[in-house]
Design a protein around this ligand. Sequence first.
Ligand SMILES: Nc1ncnc2c1ncn2[C@@H]1O[C@H](COP(=O)(O)OP(=O)(O)OP(=O)(O)O)[C@@H](O)[C@H]1O
Length: 709
Amino acid sequence: MPQLAFATSFFDEYDRLEKHVRQGVRTAMEKFQQLTAAELHADKGLHLEQVEKSRDPRIRTIRITGSWRGVVLAPDDGSGTFLLLKVLQHDDAYAWAVKRVFTVNAVTCGLEVRNIAAIEELTPVLQQAAKSASSLLFEKYSDTVLRDLGIDGGVLPAVRTIVDKPQLEAFSKLLPEDQYEVLFYLAEGHGPDEIWRDVVVARRPSEKSVNGPADLATAIANTRDRIALVSGPKELEDILTRPFSAWRIFLHPTQRRVAYRPSYSGPAQVSGGPGTGKTVVALHRVKHLLQKSDDTRILLTTFTNALADSLRENLNLLLDDPLLLERVDVTTVNAVARQIVDEHGTVPALVSDDDADTRRRWQRIARRLDLPWTEQFLALEFRHVILGQGIGSIEKYLTASRAGRGASLQAPQREHVWRAVEEFVRQLDAEGKRTYLQLCADAAELLKTAGPRYDHVVVDEAQDLHPAQWRVLRGLVVEGPDDLFVAGDPHQRIYDTRVSLRSLGISVIGRSTRLRINYRSTQEILTWSSAIMTGERVDDLDGGSDSLTGYRSALHGGRPTVRPAGTQPAEIDAVVAKIQSWMEDGVEPSEIAVATRFHQFGSRAKVRLEDEGIPVVALKDGPDASEKGVRIATMHAMKGLEFRCVAAIGVNDRAFPLDAAVTPAEVDRVQHEVDMLAERSLLFVACTRARDDLYVSWHGTPSSFIPGA
Ligand SMILES: Nc1ncnc2c1ncn2[C@@H]1O[C@H](COP(=O)(O)OP(=O)(O)OP(=O)(O)O)[C@@H](O)[C@H]1O
């Protein structure tokens, strides 16, 4: 019986096809599972026929309905795998089919497609233009170097004409995917050896199985990031009837390598810019770990409730098996800490570690004890030094390292600070209260005697977790292989914590991977948003620094709209008009988000949208995915989420940087820098939530973070 496979290009349109066409696809595909190759060729209804003048003799069309055709790659080597490439209207299907050629990449052994007609047409024109160019993008690499990385003879002449990165980008849709990826990284300045190791080997099957050129079926099986093989009727049903989400099926080779590595000898980390699929990798890692054994228990955890909800929803999609889901707890670190403390007594009322009430409490204590420090300084000392290192006594505090703090404290000064801390804790105790971080510190202590309760802990959005929260996680899991799997992006650190995992006994050295392809936003949104962070040094979770080099998207769209307004009402009028125009273009209200720095501004925008009859919901009310309405949220609440269209409004000099969120340099110079970076990251996070369109506006003076402002 032939084998059936689907290419990603098929899914580009499938979800948009009308019901009867989708039914036609299903009927046709079932035949590929029921009939022999000879019967398929003879089937009158299917009409499997060669395409006249096609550049690839293996391309066939099949009849789906009266006017719809499928384009199929049919094996000519007896290997028996049919690959469905496209479903299009009759003429479009033929136009697509005649221009394409499929080849097997000599080094990755994957199947690639190129628009050969366009490459051949453009190459002579570009060769002519290249003669007068002062330099060429790939001139420093010999043909041998390029060939060794998989650039083949059909592509090489075109590659030799490319003068700069925009021209390479313009070629991207015509070139074979694996070859474009190599060229992109060379153009970004990565060396051939690094590209061989990180890009080519990641795609290549193991050395042992590479034995001469691959046949079509092997090449198809090797191309798991672009082709889904269907093993039986259940899988076919699954692919064609469930809402399609590419991330469930097609992982980039680097994503797959990280998620499905049989085992890590200790904690492992995946990092990468926004939208690079870190959450997707974390979810697949959970799937892998569950499949390793029948009784493992896993904690999948993250920062906020909204993120935990979204992880739970996506895990349901990925696993679709109640028995597997039963073995995973999906919740926030604070919620786990609360549960642990609850089991050992009653949880006190919880208060924020850093809100106006807490600051006022520190202020009163400083005044009463006649201390020379501001409330900000004391609060920071408590959070970052005392809770950060889990210090429980004056003796420990007197000798504690205060590395990374901007002002030094001698022993007598520390004794004064300690008195303030004791008073702060005493007051909260007397009122039956605890801050969230105190709760985590308590839970971490309790776990020291209670012992671990999970076999694996998988953490998403790890960059903002506080050391006290890390200690809870460390204590929850049996130390050893595959204990912790951590996903995070230091560029998205939006709170004031900086953590070195190593200092917490969590070393990911040698088990850390960076993802570089953004699957969410268009390149235009990415370029604009990345400029917010340009020139900033960002520390990673492991004592080094993190960069966005080589970070790219294969998606394209319009440039972000940047819109000044004279007054706040005028700014709101403009965003209402923008939302109306998105909706007129067919964007569902629930696919639109309005992000503001301040709650209040969001509420005003909400009232105004409601006046216009546009449905609106506040994200903090926890709407589920099916609830209608434009989402209104603070920028902090946008962390980890994504929307088709995002309007980031009120981005003026009063909101970014926000004075109240930034420690003055005279209080703590180092913390000042950390806070300023977190402010930038917050705008970066809000803007990178947009998939197709980004709109940024302000009234008054624009924030200095706005690129080009
Ligand atoms: N291999 C893939 N194929 C198709 N889509 C993918 C793939 N990987 C990720 N995506 C999609 O890209 C988007 C971003 O993925 P994800 O949320 O995992 O990224 P992230 O790195 O965790 O983002 P952020 O750090 O910005 O929160 C999601 O819509 C996800 O479904």
